[in-house]
Design a protein around this ligand. Sequence first.
Ligand code: ARG
Length: 592
Amino acid sequence: MKQFLEEISEYVKKAFEDAGYDGALGRVTVSNRPDLCEYQCNGAMAGAKQYHKAPLMIAQDVAAKLSDSDVFEKVEAVAPGFLNLDLSNEFISDYVVRMSNDDHFGIERPIPSVMIVDYGGPNVAKPLHVGHLRSAVIGESIKRILRYMGNEVYGDIHMGDWGLQMGLVIYELSLRQPGLPYFDDGFDGDYPEEAPFTVSNLEEIYPAASGKSKQDPDYKAKAMEATLKLQEGHRGYRALWNKIMDVSIADMKRNYDRLDVSFDLWNGESTVQELIPGMVKDMKDGGFAYESEGALVVDVKEETDTKEMPPCMIIKSDGASLYNTTDLATIKDRMAKYNPSKIVYLTDKRQDLYFEQVFRCARKTGLAPDECELIHISFGTVNGKDGSPYKTRSGGVPRLSDLIDEIEDSMLAKIRENAAGKDETVSDDEALDRARKVGLAAIKYGDLSNQASKDYIFDVDRFTSFEGDTGPYILYTCVRINSILRKASEQGIDTGKAQILPPVNASHKALMQAISSFGAEITSAYREYAPHRICGYIYALSNAFNSFYHENHILTEEDEAVRGSFIGLLKLTGSILKTCTDMLGFEIPERM
Ligand code: ARG
């Protein structure tokens, strides 16, 4: 199905042509004066120069051609040359009926292809903190949007599991527990089943080690040595590394589960180690990589560059590989295993230059063929109310789990208050379940409703409010719709037979109009990797629905056909909202 505005524009374009003008002038937009009309076309203004004619005359010529069209109920040419348009009731309801008869509400989906979304990016042995929220939330949503459009999409967590932080933890452990078999080079038995630490130990060990290495160059050198030994395959270190991975991954899973974020691939920097030597050799043989001050680099500068573009370093002067190296090898690995048409990466803005270098290097060296698009979506910072990066009360970097707790606690209080207000008794389990679902919507919508590249303020009070542009408000609307539909079936109304008919009043028509932009908004969200477009759409849709709800008596409507039509529209609104909240990554509770 064509997008709604495109479909209307077709008629106006034809009228321009019939009146002897260029059809391209007939593009229709939503009115910026909703008090005067629903839609408008400014083509006559643009055509005035081309045709040496007053714009009003052109507009009048076109209006005459549209005067007996079934599409518009009102067509007015007004000074200085605008066309003001109102749709006919039949046209809008026909469009909405066609949407409701299609599996994807009439959206046009592209030829499907394989895509990879690289998001999450936690670092092993370090706790997940506020900085990991956005990658997880935005990445999960983008993955779901790409899937909704029919693609085969793999979400890859791409853990930081091979760098200095591993060497730091290993070296610190060797000082604390020197008797462990992992540090005994002569040991050739089986290493113990159980890890010699818990996740809380790790969370204390890593920052302690990192602190020491910053003050003590000798300590740092030892940690780097341990990193290199690990990478070179030291038996005990590898075994210990496996334990660190197990404990860390279990903790990551707990965090991501709470966010309803899940990955298809649990790969990391370590996954591609074996590919590095061959890749480096190819880069050298191909004449791309050369030695510079002991390191191996690839130039990625282009003539048109206006900013500085340092070469992409492949191997450090001490022979170690680095973050770049694993990212490049990962591209090679993904091409070989999945041959994706796109790889989308999510990190914060500070990695913009980094990804530019990596992408250029991958293109230049042929790791990424032209058919594979490499896309970096970078996001801004989560700030506190004071406008600087979000901190705990004591000034530390908040853990991701603390952030989720904070929202859930606040939500739980509101859910209890709400239930008390309605004299509803809610069990503790039930209240907690609602608080989790609504809390998740509060966090995710709070994040996703902002354009990703912008910073935003983590405002618990605003995010958890049941009113305004918030997740809970959207869910409240969904819950309301579901509850009306439940009541309808309790009253024996056959909702399966509901037939959408032309609107009977303004709020009814406005709801249909809000519904009709699904195709345009979701397509933009898809093309621009922009979940905030979906938030904007469902917020407008929820507002239109709630006005309709307040101005009409849905179940007590006496005219059975009209009541059926109301119910049909309710069902459509409900399933569109469900589809959109799925794409954003949160669930609708039964009650709240
Ligand atoms: N672990 C990285 C970090 O904490 C993020 C990984 C992003 N993905 C990638 N392919 N580089 O900064």
